[in-house]
Structure formats: C-alpha cells, structure tokens
Design a protein around this ligand. Structure first.
Ligand code: AMP
Length: 364
C-alpha cells in the first residue's frame, strides 16, 4: 500500500471521474475529510478495508464515491450492496449515493428494507439496479426468493457493523456474506470493534487495510456546544424560551427525549404553545417517519422531538439546533445526537439540559 498518497488535499487527487467530482463540489464539500483521504484511495485500488469511524466523519462518501467509481454503468446487473442496521440509515445512504451519482448516467440505487412492500421492491429490482442499500433481514428475503442475484457483485459494504451486532443481525450479515462471490471487495465500518465484529473481518475480509479515525475529529468544529443548568420541572419553559430566541424560519430544531412517552407528552405541550412540531419514535411506522422527514426537509415542521433510535442516521441539512432535553445515556450517543446538526458543511448548535443531579455526567 506504499503507493497510496497521504498528502491528498483535494477531491481531484483521487482519480475519480469528473462527473463524481462535479456532484461532490456542487453539494458543497470543499476538501475531503480525514476518513475520505484514508479510505478512498484504498477502495479505488481494490483493497478491503476495516474502518473504525463514526457517523459525522464523512464515512458515507468515503465508501460511496469508490462504489460509483468501480461500477460498470454499461451493465444493469447488481454490483454493490451496502448493509445498514436501520431503514433510516438505508434510505439516507441511498439518497447520498444518488446525489453523488447526479452526473453519472444510468446509475440506479435502491434502498431495500422491511416494512416496505416486497412486491414493489421486486418490481424495482427487476428493472435493473446496480447498487442496493438495505437492512440484513430484507436482503436475506430477496436472496431466498432469488430476486437478488450476486453473480456480478463486486463490492460489499458493512456500515455500522457494531450497531448491526447490537441489534442481533450479525448472523444474518454472515449469511449474506457467505452468499456473495469470493472475488468481491469488502469494506467494514464500525464505531467500535467488539470481538464479534473483528471475527467477521477475519473471516470475510482479505488483507484488509486498517484505518482509524480519531475521536477528536468527531465533534466537528462546525457545531457549537452549550449547556444550561435547569430543574426538571422547568425544562419545557426553558425550551420555549430558546425557541423564541432562535429563528426557526431558517433552521429546524431537533429535540431529544429518552422515551416515546416523553416525546408524545412534549409534542402535545409544544403544540399547545403554537409550534409546528412532530414526534419521531419507534412506535411510528416507516411511512409515518418518512412523512415527518419530508415535512422537516420542506421546512413545514419547525421542531421534531425524537428518541435516539428514531433519529439515528437522520441527515437533514435544515437541522440547525439539537437540544438534549434529556441527558443522553452515554457520551457516544451524545456525539451521535449532536451530529444530526452541522450537516453538509453547515454550522450547527447543540444545547444540553443539565439537571442538578446530572452535573457529574456532564463532565464526561
Ligand atoms: P457521514 O459521516 O457520512 O454521516 O457524513 C456526515 C456529514 O458530513 C453529512 O452531512 C455529509 O453530507 C457531510 N460531508 C461528508 N463529506 C464531507 C466533506 N468532505 N466536506 C463537507 N461535508 C462533508
């Protein structure tokens, strides 16, 4: 791997096509992020990779651009699959790939996940799709039904492998990998590296290049972080004051709540105070969640109150402020939460509510 350049400063230096570079620049990425500098040359060269990195580092583009570089647009056969732990992430990764492919002709990307009509998916698959982004369960379904064929598959990406492990999908992931051609290229991304994830890498990757993106590149400087000491009983009032002070015409606000019930309660209270606000949590079905994301993107909803699970992978440029109404369970979910703002090179702000009992937790 000595031929791989470390001193890359521009997207032009990766050897990607003009069409890909044009799309990336148009989206507003000026320079590649550290994970992109390390990953793109390895994947373009055809090697396997194990990347330890979290959301917010730019890892989607780090694997998406090489996928687009490597596929043969002259063929309609399936050439790359990306496995993700959740439907939300599948949709967002598929959208990202779609946006990077804007100037490439004849590239088709399909998100595939449970909860959506399988017949609809089969119809799309039959028409010829080169890239599939999906959750393991539904992809297994399609393999069994033989509605997905891997004969031309060149590349597999496992995104958030530790999350797939945590959600109990790791055997499914192995099963899928065992059905793919041996000659494929594999990229595994994971925020943490538990031994089960390492084992997958050992069994299914070949001569993989290891890369690690340090935690300090995580909290993007574009996000300004604040905290407020507040008594539990005063949280709603303080939240309303913040909402009054911030202009929600330009940006949307994402409020985190620990529980579904908490979400619904807060939504009711805010509605009563005249805000356009929606909840997003695990009790809502896919269509309901997608409707909320759509409204959020269109600026029709000012505030979304969400649980951690529902908001995972949420990538909406409009989100300018993240409010941690409830203290997150650990520092990792804090980083995930505030990473919902400051997207696509924009600036964001995060505010943490700290009750007297939580002052010690805040220091972490
Ligand atoms: P990800 O870690 O893939 O979820 O990406 C986090 C955010 O960073 C997304 O909103 C991307 O659109 C954005 N992003 C990715 N690469 C770059 C880049 N090179 N410059 C600026 N923003 C980027």
């Amino acid at each position: 791997m000595s031929s791989i350049k470390e001193n890359i400063e521009s997207f032009n230096q990766f050897g990607l096509s003009d069409e890909i570079i044009k799309a990336v620049k148009e989206i507003g990425y000026e320079t590649p992020s550290p994970i992109q500098i390390k990953t793109i040359p390895v994947l373009v060269a055809g090697s396997d990779i194990i990347g330890q990195a979290q959301t917010g580092t730019g890892k989607t583009a780090a694997f998406a651009l090489p996928i687009l570089h490597n596929i043969d647009v002259g063929s309609r056969a399936l050439q790359a699959i990306v496995l993700t732990p959740t439907r939300e992430l599948a949709i967002q990764v598929a959208e990202a790939i779609h946006s990077y492919a804007k100037y490439l002709k004849n590239v088709r990307v399909l998100p595939v996940y449970g909860g959506q009509s399988i017949f609809q998916q089969v119809k799309h698959l039959r028409s010829g799709v080169q890239i599939i982004v999906g959750t393991p369960g539904r992809i297994m379904d399609h393999i069994r039904r033989e509605t997905i064929q891997f004969s031309e598959l060149k590349m597999v990406v496992l995104d958030e492998a530790d999350e797939m492990l945590r959600m109990g999908f790791i055997d499914d992931v192995e099963w899928i990998l065992s059905h793919t051609p041996k000659e494929r290229q594999t990229a595994l991304f994971s925020a943490t590296m538990p031994k089960e994830v390492r084992r997958i890498a050992e069994r299914h990757l070949q001569d993989a290049v290891n890369i690690e993106i340090e935690r300090k590149t995580l909290t993007v400087p574009a996000i300004k972080q604040f905290y407020i000491n507040v008594a539990e009983s005063q949280k709603t009032d303080v939240l309303t004051k913040i909402l009054e002070a911030e202009s929600t015409d330009e940006v949307s606000v994402l409020v985190f709540q620990r529980t579904k019930m908490g979400c619904d309660k807060l939504v009711d209270k805010l509605k009563a105070r005249g805000y356009s606000v929606e909840a997003m949590h695990g009790d809502m079905n896919q269509n309901q969640r997608e409707a909320v994301i759509k409204q959020l993107k269109a600026g029709k909803v000012e505030i979304v109150v969400a649980t951690d699970v529902a908001a995972r992978g949420l990538d909406v440029d409009r989100i300018g402020i993240v409010i941690n109404y409830d203290m997150p369970g650990d520092t990792e979910s804090y980083v995930h939460r505030i990473g919902r703002t400051g997207r696509a090179g924009r600036t964001g702000k995060s505010i943490l509510f700290v009750t007297p009992r939580q002052i010690r937790m805040k220091r972490d």
